[in-house]
Ligand binder design. Structure first.
Ligand code: NAP
Length: 279
């Protein structure tokens, strides 16, 4: 199959590698000529261009640019695509994209692979990024069944756990488990970095090991992506962060008044809840 990948960064480049390994012909598009040259040199794609018009003959396109660029890119892409081409995206936010994208292109199906790293750009792309990860599709009532089947059958060849959800349910769920935690994690980094004595700060840095690495990982990632998650999923991210703030306020109050029983009960409840989220 001829597959177009727009935005050859971490996700687009990693998908290109996986699809290429499965015998598909990959046509990459990026803004920068240097990215196109690197993608060809590294055998990430078979063809690369800065022009969307290069995708006029592909059968399926995966839109992988930053979230704010998905709809503007699709608006330009629809002018050059073959009428039967299927389009999907990988954006981390779905509701503001899916309805408009489906209006622009009836063969559009929203998608979101639940995999990533703190790195970005083509140099961060690698094989195996999606192995064992969930990959959620977010069709709506007007989504073409042929488009759903086309995307589903392509993704079924990857070792992913394919799920389906409404765009709205997706955005609520990812606000809680992915988007809001970015800001909590970033705040943990800010708190640790606020130690004012230089020698003590150095000591803290030397003592930081797996616990702090886990806690700080997502807060120390792609700032453009974190900002776009908050901007495009604003209500749900705010709702989730307000719950965090309430929980932190409870913890502060319990510690302040030495109410160790309430603090322990809270931690026991969360220990129990964690097993529902992390298998
Ligand atoms: P990334 O590594 O920064 O890759 C995005 C690529 O898109 C860049 O390498 C850039 O290449 C190109 N690009 C930038 N602006 C563009 C524009 N205006 N038009 C067209 N292309 C543009 O980011 P990413 O992490 O792969 O994220 C891409 C998408 O995947 C986002 O929609 C994000 O929500 C989604 N996603 C990310 C993760 C994650 O954890 N990172 C997980 C799941 C889904 P050039 O500079 O060469 O154009």
């Amino acid at each position: 199959m001829k597959i177009g990948i727009v935005g050859m960064g971490l996700i687009g480049g990693s998908l290109a590698l996986e699809f290429g390994d499965r015998g598909h012909e990959i046509w990459g598009v990026s803004r920068k000529e240097s990215t196109c040259e690197a993608a060809i040199a590294q055998n990430v794609v078979s063809h690369a261009s800065t022009e969307l018009s290069s995708l006029s003959e592909v059968e399926l396109v995966v839109l992988c640019p930053p979230i704010p660029a998905v709809l503007p890119t699709l608006e330009k892409l629809v002018q050059v695509l073959a009428p039967e081409a299927i389009v999907t995206d990988v954006a981390s936010v779905k509701a503001p994209i899916v309805a408009k994208a489906t209006e622009l292109w009836p063969n559009f199906v929203g998608g979101h692979p639940m995999a990533g790293t703190t790195e970005s750009g083509l140099q961060a792309a690698h094989r195996g990024l999606f192995t064992g990860a969930s990959y959620v599709l977010t069709p709506i009532s007007s989504t073409s069944p042929r488009a759903i089947e086309g995307v589903r059958s392509l993704l079924a060849t990857l070792d992913v756990d394919l799920l389906s959800a409404t765009p709205e349910a997706h955005d609520i769920a990812v606000a809680a488990i992915s988007h809001a935690p970015v800001f909590v994690s970033a705040s943990a980094i800010a708190a640790a970095s606020s130690i004012s004595d230089e020698a003590t700060l150095k000591l803290a840095q030397m003592l930081a090991s797996s616990g702090f690495r886990d806690t700080s990982r997502i807060g120390g990632g792609n700032s453009e992506l974190g900002t776009a998650m908050a901007k495009f999923n604003r209500e749900e991210v705010l709702r989730s962060l307000q719950i965090y703030r309430d929980c932190l306020n409870d913890c502060i109050a319990w510690i302040d008044r030495e109410d160790w029983d309430s603090l322990r009960d809270f931690l026991d409840d969360q220990k129990q809840s964690r097993s529902d989220f992390v298998v």
